[in-house]
Ligand binder design. Structure first.
Ligand SMILES: Nc1ncnc2c1ncn2[C@@H]1O[C@H](COP(=O)(O)OP(=O)(O)OP(=O)(O)O)[C@@H](O)[C@H]1O
Ligand SMILES: [Mg+2]
Length: 313
């Protein structure tokens, strides 16, 4: 497998009894990418991630992480990846620093390495001055932060975070985003799941959308809105209904038209700006336009068309 692939899955599937949670997923994450794994609740994100980190075995299919095939736990690979599980819970009696020390030892880091790395991480995740407090005294947001620090302790090549900003307030979410950006700057590949398009949009260069276990899109953020027919439409309100306007609009090849009294909706299948042409056609047929508005076409629409409105919480 080429060096530049951090994650590669081949027809990766997972069944829980009769339930197919992940269905023949073919996913590639290039090294140094920041890749968002986006999908509504129950889409199969955590199941996929658990297979990546060796906590679950695939039912069928295979996957490679950092060039190594994964079947269950693989200590060689485990050392090179950092993982933050969904809603991590840590022993309450340990301080943040002690927790990181335990994880550092598990990764086989020397005392000197740990002593260097731990204060750095505490600072990076914004827990400066709180590293000696017990985790039992941490807020939810602070627990997420220590979870992120834990995932970074071994200076991994690949960091996999399962919903790192869930349960955080808007300020906390922005801070997590900034942390992810910092991790990426240091040359680490980041793969993180989220059900929030806005979050993925702000930090990722690549995105994979999963819904009901099936991959619906994988590629760059830029491409997602242009490759997907993003349900762009033009809504026109006329002063009053005019015979002939509907007929004139129906001759336009780039749209299908819906009429409702004096409001006309054109569902576009072009990415061109056709407002001038539409306006001329309406006016030419004797209509007086009170309002013309373009709707849809954004990333949000692209996402909704991939997962269906019912997919969004
Ligand atoms: N241990 C399990 N046993 C049985 N079914 C499970 C188990 N874990 C997950 N599932 C089912 O598999 C499907 C995918 O779940 P998964 O947790 O992977 O989704 P998710 O995308 O992480 O969702 P969320 O955003 O809610 O965390 C769901 O239908 C879920 O009910
Ligand atoms: Mg999950």
């Amino acid at each position: 497998m080429p060096e530049d692939r951090a994650i590669e899955t081949h027809d990766l599937s997972k069944n829980y009894g009769d339930r197919l949670a992940v269905d023949r997923l073919n996913l590639t994450v290039a090294s140094k990418q920041v890749h968002g794994f986006l999908g509504p609740n129950g889409a199969g994100k955590s199941t996929t991630i658990k297979m990546m980190v060796g906590l679950l075995r695939p039912t069928t299919g295979s996957l490679s992480i950092l060039g190594q095939g994964v079947r269950g736990d693989n200590p060689k690979v485990r050392r090179k990846i950092g993982y933050m599980p969904e809603l991590p819970r840590f022993p309450k009696h340990l301080s943040g620093e002690e927790l990181l020390d335990v994880y550092g030892r598990m990764y086989g880091m020397s005392k000197t390495e740990r002593q260097g790395r731990i204060p750095e991480l505490i600072k990076m995740v914004g827990l400066e001055g709180r590293g000696k407090d017990r985790i039992g005294k941490y807020s939810k947001g602070m627990q997420q932060r220590i979870g992120i620090a834990q995932a970074l302790i071994s200076d991994p090549e690949l960091v996999i975070l399962d919903e790192p900003s869930i349960g955080l307030d808007p300020v906390g979410m922005v801070e997590v985003r900034n942390m992810v950006k910092d991790i990426v700057k240091s040359g680490t590949t980041v793969f993180f799941s989220s059900h929030l398009l806005a979050e993925v949009q702000q930090v990722c260069d690549h995105v994979t959308v999963i819904h009901l276990g099936v991959m619906r899109y994988s590629g760059t953020l830029e491409d997602i809105s242009s490759k997907v027919m993003a349900r762009r439409r033009i809504v026109i309100e006329l002063e009053k209904p005019v015979d002939g306007v509907l007929a004139a609009l129906k001759t336009m090849k780039f749209a299908t038209v819906e009429a409702n009294v004096n409001t006309y909706t054109l569902h576009l299948d072009t990415r061109e700006d056709v407002r001038a042409e539409v306006s001329r056609a309406v006016t030419g047929a004797g209509g007086v336009i009170l309002r013309m508005q373009e709707e849809g076409g954004g990333l949000e629409d692209a996402f909704l068309s991939l997962v269906g409105k019912e997919g969004m919480a």
